[in-house]
Design a binder for this molecule. Structure first.
Ligand code: R5P
Length: 330
């Protein structure tokens, strides 16, 4: 049975107001009112303008630029909500901050994603709702429940209803952006019934210029759909696309959940052989792609977040929101 929605309040930080507004509109709720003030010493003050005593509170804040300011604003919001006597607080992080810092693969470094997990819990989060984590172990950094949504159902709808309507599905091969993507998105090939190729990529340093050793699999004469979790500098996609082109790919397209698109990524991507880039909207992207909308398809992921918020509020299953092949992913 659905609980009364008058017990539910959804707040948003400053990172992605348009996503937050779309999420609450699916729930038929107004956005909780709060005010963030940044003083001249760069300290942030957050004031909630609604009574949230004993309410089920969600706070939406994604990792968009300025990433560190938005993270601190989220921590202060969580703290304010906790001390305003909310019954439960769920931090909703569509794109998880510092997700790529998920292991100690060099001496004397921090696993910053674990530190973020600690900070969220200390600030007052009772639960976390996020989407397509860079790696699954991030869930294990928490001692509170973490629900990880997968953007797959919305991407599959786009592939089936748009992409494979324009060109026969038989012509396509899924190209996993790297070994990590091959593991994370292996179920795409089962669900879409498509062959797979893998980009064998490594990063010699932190310059955001990856090196492609080889493409594993058959891409000649194929329409290649590169799949990855995020696009940051665009380096991975651009290097992969150039190699695919050199190996005789017929068309090159790309799909990624989190379009960070830092620096001049958009400019470089539109100059690359990638015909179309299909992305989620876990971070604000419309301004960045202005003037190049014909090269991008931006998928609205807000319905999935709204359904998940409702499921958490009602204590119903989140995995039931996904088709069985996605649920059974390794
Ligand atoms: C890397 O491990 C990720 O899966 C993406 O391939 C990476 O974040 C993309 O970054 P960039 O666009 O800077 O190559």
């Amino acid at each position: 049975m659905n609980k009364d929605l008058s017990d539910l309040i959804v707040y948003s930080g400053l990172s992605h107001p348009s996503l937050a507004k779309r999420i609450v509109s699916h729930l038929d709720l107004p956005l909780g009112r709060s005010q963030s003030i940044v003083f001249s010493n760069e300290n942030i003050m957050v004031r909630l303008q609604d009574n949230c005593r004993q309410k089920d509170v969600f706070v939406i804040q994604t990792s968009s630029s300025p990433v560190n300011d938005h993270l601190v604003e989220l921590l202060i919001l969580l703290d304010a909500i906790k001390y305003a006597s909310a019954a439960r607080v769920t931090a909703v992080l569509p794109y998880f901050p510092y997700g790529r810092s998920d292991k100690k693969d060099e001496p004397r470094i921090s696993i910053a994603a674990r530190l973020v997990a600690d900070l969220l819990q200390t600030a007052g989060a009772d639960r976390v709702l996020t989407m397509n984590l860079h790696s699954p172990q991030i869930q294990g950094f928490f001692r509170i429940p973490v629900d990880q949504l997968l953007a797959a159902p919305i991407f599959f709808d786009y592939f089936n209803e748009t992409l494979f309507m324009e060109e026969s599905k038989e012509d396509f091969v899924l190209v996993m952006g790297d070994a990590g993507a091959a593991k994370a998105f292996g179920y795409y090939s089962d669900e879409l019934n498509l062959p797979v190729a893998i980009v064998d990529k490594f990063r010699p340093d932190h310059s955001e210029k990856p090196i492609i050793r080889q493409i594993i699999g058959d891409v000649r004469g194929k329409s290649c759909l590169i799949v990855d979790d995020e696009i940051t500098s665009g380096g991975t996609l651009i290097e992969a696309a150039e190699r695919l082109s050199a190996e005789g790919a017929k068309r090159i397209l790309a799909a990624a959940v989190h379009p960070v698109l830092s620096g001049d990524a958009v400019k470089k991507l539109v100059a690359s052989p990638i015909e179309r880039i299909i992305v989620g909207d876990t971070v604000p992207v419309r301004e960045k792609i202005k003037g190049h909308e014909n090269r991008f398809a931006v998928l609205d992921l807000s319905p999935l977040f709204a359904k998940a918020i409702l499921s958490i509020h009602n204590g119903s299953s989140i995995s039931a929101l996904f088709p069985p092949s996605v649920r059974r992913r390794p």
